[in-house]
Design a protein. Structure first.
Length: 107
């Protein structure tokens, strides 16, 4: 192998090494990223409405897990994204279409 070919080969090995290290780094970041959770204040007052709402969310948004805390004074709805993507506007619109009043509680 000529000196020029050897230099090119070494450079390609170095670039491949850097690519795989960065690729592994970014995969690690995304694998360990916690799933986003949004918390809403609602006007839901009874258990049956809460169950219907959670079931409707699960049917229409396959990537979320939801639950209510009706004992809280704000009748909290927690919605967690299972895949890291959160469609906040779509979920709020969906809940409004169910005639629910929801207000996002900011941290």
């Amino acid at each position: 192998m000529s000196q020029r070919h050897s230099w090119i080969f070494n450079k390609l090995q170095y670039l491949a090494y850097q690519f795989f290290n960065y690729n592994h780094y970014f995969q690690t970041l995304t694998m360990h990223r916690p799933n986003p959770i949004e918390i809403f204040k609602t006007n839901v007052e009874d258990e049956s409405t809460a169950v219907r709402t959670v079931n409707a969310l699960h049917e229409n948004f396959k990537n979320v897990s939801a639950n209510f805390d009706l004992e809280d004074c704000d009748r909290i709805l927690r919605v967690e994204s299972l895949d890291g993507n959160f469609l906040l506007h779509e979920i709020q619109q969906f809940l409004n279409n169910l005639n629910l009043k929801v207000e996002l509680i900011m941290d």
